[in-house]
Design a protein around this ligand. Structure first.
Ligand code: AMP
Ligand code: GLY
Length: 417
């Protein structure tokens, strides 16, 4: 049997392994308390050591889940050891690691995005802010800030103050010492995911996620409280435009930069007057979007990643099921503010439900599955349309019990009016 190593420990990584476990023997570094039910968890953190382990254990394919190891260069290390790994190199991962790099790349290659300036000087930021004729104004820190580095300022004063706080290092340290100031795009957001092999790509169904903690998109931002795919908001025309105006020039541009892009390209889009604009790139799957996308893949999940990593996507035909998946995140009591006491998870019989559970912040303690993180698990329901899939997802939520469990009750509301 083929052997696959998955890097990461969240619901995203769980779902990748879960939908591949009939095709390959799965290993996780580090995995979680539920991945150990169908795979082997490995406790090696150092990239060199992990690559040597992968060689000794004849791993056929390594898949990287989170952005941090990619930005730190895990792909480069594995490639140096002639291992097959799915994920961009350190240089290519700058598309997510540096907003300044990304915006300059978009401009250079004529890829639609909000008008902006990049600067490390307060005076230049002020001058641009003064000249902007519309509010709000968007200020972004250059580096990775755990999803908090984007501020939408409602007035010019607030925009200046925000720019100041970032540039002085007060807000985000080094990550904010260069900033982007850009115009606000008023439309609706979509997430698209392309499996890329450096030159070719496969575009997966578009998703919408729910970043805020509370119903009605209120409360603080989180890693994501739920998502669904495909979303009817992405029309065939939008898919076409995204392929032609965004993905093709991105892959060509990255080749020209000498950093051919291999891995998942996660495109955060704003659709304004039926035209897609790039808000951001991520160099990995979204979490919880991945948990809804994996069950939609009808053809071999292993092949999709393997041929992606080999630069041979043209050899396969990725087939997508005619189905919708809706995922509802169940989080611990104090998420996203602080951690909660580990709580035992009890799951009732799921036989009557159409879907699955992707486990994230869980530990196995003395044979018991314990909630031990922020986002604990994702209940994913399937259906012929969004409503049916949403109802199945909430049927699964009803079967999940742990102390302090919180979840949103309105996932996919944008598609059910
Ligand atoms: P980013 O990390 O760049 O995707 O920004 C995080 C969130 O801020 C996005 O998902 C949008 O909701 C919002 N955002 C970022 N840039 C803009 C913009 N230029 N116009 C409107 N909203 C934006
Ligand atoms: N769910 C959004 C993200 O993973 O960034």
């Amino acid at each position: 049997m083929k052997k696959v190593l998955i890097i990461g420990s969240g619901g995203r990584e769980y779902s990748i392994g879960f939908f591949m476990k009939n095709e390959a023997e799965i290993f996780y570094a580090p995995g979680n308390g539920a991945t150990s039910e169908f795979a082997t968890n490995i406790d090696i953190k150092d990239f060199e050591e992990l690559a040597l382990w992968a060689k000794e254990n004849n791993i056929n394919l390594t898949i990287v889940g989170p952005e941090a190891p990619l930005v730190e260069g895990i792909t480069d290390v594995f490639k140096k050891h002639n291992l097959i790994i799915f994920g961009p190199t350190k240089n290519a991962a700058r598309l997510e690691g540096s907003k300044v790099y990304m915006k300059n790349f978009l401009k250079k290659h004529n890829i639609p995005s909000a008008k902006y300036i990049e600067t490390n000087k307060k005076e230049k930021a002020y001058e641009f802010i003064e000249k902007m004729d519309k509010l709000p104004i968007v200020i972004k820190a250059d580096g990775l800030c755990a999803g908090k580095g984007v501020i939408i300022a409602e007035s010019k004063e607030e925009a200046k103050k925000t720019a100041d706080e970032m540039l002085s290092g007060k807000a985000f340290g080094e990550a904010g010492k260069k900033i982007i100031v850009e115009e606000f795009l008023d439309g609706y957001e979509l997430s698209m995911f392309a499996i890329c092999d450096g030159k070719d790509f496969v575009l997966l169904p578009a998703a919408q996620d729910h970043k805020r903690l509370l119903d009605g998109d209120k409360g603080p931002n989180t890693g994501g409280m739920g998502a669904y795919a495909p979303t009817p908001l992405a029309t065939p025309e939008i898919y076409e435009k995204v392929k032609e105006k965004i993905i093709k020039p991105t892959l060509k541009g990255m080749q020209e930069e000498g950093s051919a892009y291999e891995g998942v390209l996660f495109i955060g889009l704003m659709i304004v007057d039926n035209e897609p604009y790039v808000l951001e790139y991520n160099v990995r799957f979204g979490d919880p979007e991945c948990e809804e996308l994996m069950p939609l893949i009808e053809s071999s999940v292993y092949d999709m990643f393997y041929y992606g990593a080999k630069g041979e996507l043209e050899k396969i035909d990725v087939k997508i099921k005619d189905m919708v998946a809706v995922g509802v995140v169940c989080a611990s009591k104090n998420y996203p503010y602080s951690s909660s006491k580990p709580a035992e998870i009890k799951i009732d019989d799921l036989n009557s439900c159409n879907g699955y559970i992707a486990y994230a912040g869980v530990k196995n303690i003395d044979g018991k599955l314990m909630a031990s993180g922020g986002r604990i698990l994702v209940c994913v329901g399937y259906g012929k349309d969004v409503k049916e899939a949403r109802d199945e997802a909430y049927k699964i939520v009803d079967k999940v019990h742990f102390d302090g469990m919180q979840f949103r009750k309105d996932i996919a509301y944008q598609a059910i009016k």
